[in-house]
Design a protein around this ligand. Sequence first.
Ligand SMILES: C[S@@+](CC[C@H](N)C(=O)[O-])C[C@H]1O[C@@H](n2cnc3c(N)ncnc32)[C@H](O)[C@@H]1O
Length: 228
Amino acid sequence: MPTTPTEDDHSRRLRRGQRWWDLVSSIHGSAGGQTTRVAELALRHLSLRSGQTVLDLGCGSGAALPTLSKAVGPSGRVVGIDNSPKMLARAEVVVRQRDLVNVELRRADATRAEIEPGAFDAAYACSSISAMPDVPAALTSVSGSLRPGGRLFVFDMRLEPRGWSTPGIHLLRWIYAASAGWAGVDVLDAARDVFGDIALPGFPGHEGREQPEAGWPPLTMFVATRTP
Ligand SMILES: C[S@@+](CC[C@H](N)C(=O)[O-])C[C@H]1O[C@@H](n2cnc3c(N)ncnc32)[C@H](O)[C@@H]1O
């Protein structure tokens, strides 16, 4: 089980992460609609309906916001949380330009933020939880924000060295820690300690498996349900 980071470790990783995500914010999301495709995939698993509330944890430059906003409609609500002011500035442009009246953006460290308990029907986290300085705290926080039965959809890195990809994964682990302050904690393993129910639908081509063979691509996709 991962240990809780000291306050010093937490602040150091948070600062490093913020510097990194601020730095890459101008190019983030510009490589084509990868996040949009992941958000569309999430809709299948979150069964979002009009009028529901959804949390976009680590919303970044806001690429998933239009998809989530449309799914819950004008009577629903989307809350995007991110710790990088520059990412949020880009997300604000998306909200304004697309006239997403049901979206609210918040700047916060999602591992420490006060998120309304039980207020959300669903949560979405694309490539964000692994980037946070305290992965178990992020998962506990999002679990507490969900109503019983509420679902969290996660698409994220899974940097477990396996098979022929082991050297590449070690290199990625080093780069991710040095650049964005990766805490070295696996999101899926940590989620198993927090959520009562985890399903692994698998992303297209890798259905029902925790991780592709040989650990490459180093990704995971899962749906965690808050049990009552
Ligand atoms: C790889 S980006 C993903 C952004 C977005 N979800 C997407 O798919 O385009 C990771 C995001 O997590 C955010 N993040 C990292 N640590 C965070 C924290 N402690 N609290 C909130 N957001 C955080 C970063 O600022 C960054 O925008």
